[in-house]
Design a protein around this ligand. Structure first.
Ligand SMILES: N[C@@H](CCC(=O)N[C@@H](CS)C(=O)NCC(=O)O)C(=O)O
Length: 200
């Protein structure tokens, strides 16, 4: 497998998963270029990070890539089996990470890092911060005192969510959810994630 990777992009999720599963892969490293006018313009075969190549397969979408790797090479690791009782929670958190929790964080990152905070954008920023907070308040209540999202079993849902939370922390969006801060610290203790951090 070849992973097109740029630091601080969602490619971190895929690298983290490959490291957790101890699978062989080639890392093709580039730098993220914030889109000015043109999207799909990164230095990868698709124009997006992450991009995965595996033989004839070329894929984008971090969540889909995570599911593909688990199905093809996971050998049952890091995911409850199809039909198992925990499968529903696994799928829910895997998708919540990118579909519900990340979008307001993406807006905050975009406005504060690439557009600059000015008065014209303040309303949008406030709205995104409020939506981020409600998404994390729900997650915080569901995580409760559990070690990982599925309890004692670390899964790829923690990888998907971990990237979202680390991005959220970098824009100050986890300040009111101390249990999620503790969860992030626990995630950062994992050797596989430390390898991703070292590659930044
Ligand atoms: N939902 C997609 C988002 C992919 C995405 O937007 N990636 C960013 C980097 S994190 C990118 O390549 N942006 C360039 C662009 O939008 O053209 C995923 O989870 O992979």
């Amino acid at each position: 497998m070849k992973l097109y990777y740029a630091p601080r992009t969602r490619a971190a999720r895929v690298m983290w998963l490959l490291e957790e599963l101890e699978l062989p892969y080639e890392l093709e490293r580039g730098e993220f270029r914030p889109p000015a006018t043109q999207f799909f313009a990164q230095s990868t075969p698709t124009g997006k990070y992450p991009t995965l190549e595996d033989g004839d397969v070329t894929m984008i979408e971090s969540g889909a890539i995570v599911e593909y790797i688990l199905e093809r090479y996971g050998e049952g690791r890091l995911a409850p089996a199809v039909g198992a009782p925990d499968r529903a929670a696994f799928l829910q958190w895997l998708h919540y990470a990118e579909s519900t929790a990340f979008p307001p964080i993406g807006i905050i990152v975009w406005l504060t890092r690439y557009r600059g905070e000015d008065d014209a954008l303040a309303d949008l920023l406030e709205d995104a911060r409020a939506r981020a907070a409600s998404g994390f308040t729900y997650l915080d209540a569901c995580l409760g005192d559990k070690t990982w999202l599925l309890g004692e079993m670390f899964s790829a849902a923690d990888i998907m969510m971990g990237f979202t939370l680390i991005a959220a922390q970098s824009v100050g969006a986890l300040e009111d959810v101390p249990r999620l801060q503790v969860y992030v610290r626990r995630l950062l203790e994992r050797p596989a994630l430390q390898k991703v951090v070292a590659a930044q």
